[in-house]
Design a protein around this ligand. Structure first.
Ligand SMILES: Cc1cc2nc3c(=O)[nH]c(=O)nc-3n(C[C@H](O)[C@H](O)[C@H](O)COP(=O)(O)OP(=O)(O)OC[C@H]3O[C@@H](n4cnc5c(N)ncnc54)[C@H](O)[C@@H]3O)c2cc1C
Length: 455
């Protein structure tokens, strides 16, 4: 692939900044003009990459992602994790001994097999220096996790070499690293549409009408991408519920103690990350809500299409989460940390995944338009690759396979040969036993978070 004279990257989350960093590091691009556009002042408060925390783990049932993450973990344990950006708290992956939990158990077994047999992590007790502690019943779970009362599942594992990152701080650190290279221009500007001609994209039109041209345009616009290209049956925005409660210093000391891992329930997707700054987060990794919106087809404006797009507090500052989402978070908090069970949520948010049918990302040239590359489809699991994703993105851009993992990833990230036959993609990536097919406005009709009230 020839080196373009200019690259215009739209979006400054994990994929956009990752791409900018990857390009800025490569000597081949030393004469390439690299620009990053972001629709709101950085860091975008409603971007998927911006939050108090993201889980950092190589605990994948999919071996290539586990291997990619095994490559990435040392960065988090090094300078990327400094100044509180990464905490190696451990990650408890748990499920329940009940009918219907077979898939969760199978998933868990795959994870254990990958991290022990393939990545070589040692199984045993933490006190004996093991990396991974397995348990088969509630008593074992209590002992393994040092749980101080409350729900912790009844079978599963703790990987003591996993943890969590302060997501916003990680993204700001990435931007600082890029700025230090002095190769990338940053600009706050919203892209209205791509400048298509029949077989080419020549750049973008901003909402203020200005045109910016580039030899290569990179769309890293996360869950907003279906607004700019036709991604029906390829990727779709799904809204995930996040809730936060304020806690005291004493509560934080107890819940952020070194023996308190992240808790992630495989059967229902509920999770709690150890607190920071006296705020505790309770959330669900699920199939999420679709927000269907009818818009002109960005590639053929005379046609109307319906796609799921984000709706955030920047669209509606009073936006709350549906009662359904508040109730599941409340119920989980009560079970997991009974002493905080009725503490009101001080903040809630819907954060948007860009889901693909398989959970594989979409990192590839557009098959129809020359001059257009996409880096999206994070499917709720891309943050942890922040330090290394850019190198792999630029490999794909260059058509370069540095190793077997690169070959496999390029295959997984390519443009699909066929679009899934649905308007809103419900991913088949494992999300526990959660509900598929929820629509945001339908859930709102049933009620919104009724807080201070005790859901
Ligand atoms: C609730 C939640 C929990 C998650 N938990 C984890 C986890 O524990 N571990 C993990 O590894 N991953 C996790 N993820 C996934 C991870 O955060 C995402 O995969 C990743 O952040 C996606 O990055 P992105 O660059 O695609 O999107 P974003 O970060 O959303 O970046 C896209 C950017 O494009 C900008 N943009 C959009 N449209 C335009 C336009 N027209 N013009 C200019 N700019 C535009 C947006 O403002 C935004 O800043 C989670 C995600 C969510 C939502």
């Amino acid at each position: 692939m020839s080196v373009p004279s200019s690259v215009l990257i739209v979006g400054s989350g994990v994929f956009g900044l990752g791409t900018a960093y990857g390009l800025a590091l490569r000597p081949e691009y030393k004469n390439t003009k690299i620009t990053v556009l972001e629709r709101v002042p950085f860091p975008a408060p409603d971007g998927s990459s911006i939050d108090s925390s993201r889980i950092i783990r190589a605990d994948y049932a999919s071996l290539p992602y586990a291997q990619f993450m095994a490559e990435t973990m040392p960065y988090w344990r090094g300078e990327w994790g400094e100044e509180g950006r990464y905490s190696q708290s451990g990650l408890a992956l748990v499920t329940e001994n009940k009918p219907g939990s077979d898939d969760a158990t199978r998933f868990l077994n795959e994870v254990v097999k990958n991290i022990t047999e393939q990545l070589g992590l040692k199984v045993g007790r933490k006190e004996d220096g093991a990396d991974v502690t397995l348990f088969q019943d509630r008593e074992g779970a209590k002992q393994a996790t040092g749980a101080k009362g409350g729900y912790i599942g009844d079978k599963g594992m703790v990987n003591w070499t996993s943890g969590w990152a302060h997501a916003e701080d990680g993204i700001k650190y990435m931007r600082k690293k890029i700025e230090a290279l002095g190769r990338v221009q940053f600009r706050t500007a919203e892209v209205k549409r791509l400048l298509f001609n029949s077989s080419n994209v020549e750049g973008v039109e901003l909402v203020n009408g200005e045109h910016i041209t580039a030899e290569l345009t990179v769309l890293a616009t996360g869950a907003w991408t279906p607004k700019l290209i036709d991604l029906r049956g390829i990727a779709s925005a799904t809204g995930q519920v996040l809730t936060y409660i304020d806690i005291t210093k004493e509560e934080e000391d107890r819940l952020a103690a070194p023996d308190q891992p992240v808790l992630l329930c495989e059967h229902d997707g509920m999770f709690i990350i150890p607190p920071r700054n006296r705020v505790l987060k309770v959330a669900r990794h699920g199939y999420g809500y679709a927000n269907p919106v009818t818009i002109p087809n960005p590639e053929n404006p005379s046609e109307k299409i319906t796609v799921s797009l984000p709706r955030t507090k920047l669209d509606d500052p009073n936006m709350e989460i549906p009662a359904e989402g508040a109730a599941v978070c409340r119920d989980f908090l009560r079970r997991a940390i009974p002493s905080l069970g009725d503490r009101p949520f001080t903040y809630t948010r819907i954060c948007w995944y860009t889901d693909t049918p398989t959970g594989d990302w979409l990192i590839t040239y557009h098959p129809k338009y020359k001059g257009l590359f996409v880096a999206t489809g994070g499917s709720g699991h891309a943050y942890k690759f922040l330090p290394t994703i850019g190198e792999r993105i630029v490999d794909v851009m260059q058509g370069r396979d540095r190793d077997a993992l690169g070959v496999e990833m390029r295959r997984r990230w390519r443009w699909p040969e066929q679009r899934a036959k649905v308007d809103h993609v419900w991913t088949d990536d494992w999300r526990g036993e959660g509900r598929k097919g929820m629509v945001l406005d339908e859930e709102y009709k049933k009620g919104v978070r009724a807080e201070g009230s005790r859901l």
